[in-house]
Write a protein that binds this ligand. Structure first.
Ligand SMILES: [Zn+2]
Length: 319
């Protein structure tokens, strides 16, 4: 099974397929999910559905979409966020005839990161797209998409996957699959990225060392360096660490059955006497705040060092 199989059998996709077959599919659809990998693949499946009416994944149109090489399916933004020039391009392109199929599809990723000006430029196209033009927009956080854009789209909030779906997708090392699913918080695309990431085990080890070995403020720089050496995955380590803290709370409050990261249960149990429940709750809220700050583009290096120092302080104050 691959991610496209999982999407095909999801309720979200089935109902869009029904709409496509009844001819009631909206021409502007906004897909919402925290899971980027899943979002991107869902947008692919939806383009295939628009092109052939069933997303067969075998015909020429579908094959080209799967290979991200269909001349009538255009992906935006051209760089990391949607700029005014991208939107102008979409508007102009929407009047150009399709080449291979009889439809033209624009997939615009990350609408929640798009500049306001770029969003505004799309309003008219969203309101009255030319004949046979479809727009698929994606976002993680709908609050950051302009209300005028939202109201012009059919909004679909994609449901999280079940653990069974994840296990069907992540074939091989079962323990690793369960760990990846637990860390991903039900986001199957994220789980599959972690599952195949060669550094996944190392990231877990570093998170575990933060929970078990960091005792003194003189160690903070060394630990910060170790976390930052994972570059753009540094925040994933903080997310794993947060799960460990939540598990420690469960261990200390006699709810071991609810522990998510079973693999590390015994190690965490050994250090649980170093933490009071109050300290753990404080650390959990610090980590949670830090993960959120990341989305406001604060420098990771700055917030990480502060975060590690705060952990020690909280541990000391709430003994
Ligand atoms: Zn097809």
């Amino acid at each position: 099974m691959d991610i496209l199989d999982i999407i095909e059998k999801s309720e979200d996709f089935k109902s869009l397929k029904q709409e496509a077959q009844q001819g009631t599919l909206a021409k502007a659809i906004l897909l919402i999910s925290k899971d980027n990998f899943y979002l991107d693949n869902f947008a692919k499946m939806l383009s295939m559905l628009i092109l052939d009416g069933k997303a067969c994944r075998k015909c020429e149109n579908c094959q080209k979409v799967i290979a991200s090489a269909h001349p009538d399916v255009k992906n935006y933004p051209s760089k990391d966020r949607l700029m005014v020039a991208d939107s102008e391009d979409v508007v102009l392109e929407s009047f150009v005839r399709p080449v291979l199929s009889d439809k033209k599809i624009f997939i615009i990723h990350g609408m929640d990161n798009a500049l306001d000006g770029a969003q505004n430029k799309l309003l008219k196209t969203l309101e009255e797209p030319s004949k046979n033009v479809y727009l698929i927009l994606t976002c993680q956080n709908i609050e950051k998409v302009l209300p005028t854009i939202r109201s012009r789209c059919n909004k679909v909030t994609l449901a999280k996957a079940s653990e069974q779906d994840a296990m069907d997708l992540l074939q091989g090392d079962r323990q690793r699959a369960e760990l990846a699913f637990a860390v991903s918080d039900g986001m199957i695309g994220r789980a599959s990225e972690l599952f195949t990431d060669r550094q996944f085990e190392d990231m877990c080890e570093v998170a575990l060392s933060l929970a078990c070995e960091m005792e003194k403020s003189s160690q903070v720089l060394t630990f910060a360096k170790r976390v930052l050496s994972f570059k753009d995955k540094a925040m994933t380590i903080v997310e794993i660490f947060l799960l460990m803290i939540e598990d420690l709370i469960k261990i200390k409050s006699d709810q071991k059955g609810l522990v998510k990261l079973k693999r590390f249960e015994s190690e965490l149990e050994k250090v649980s006497h170093n933490y009071s429940i109050r300290a753990l709750c404080e650390i959990a809220s610090l980590a949670d705040r830090m993960v959120k700050e990341k989305y406001y583009n604060v420098s990771v290096t700055t917030i990480l060092e502060n975060f590690l120092l705060n952990i020690l302080e909280v541990k000391y104050i709430c003994r």
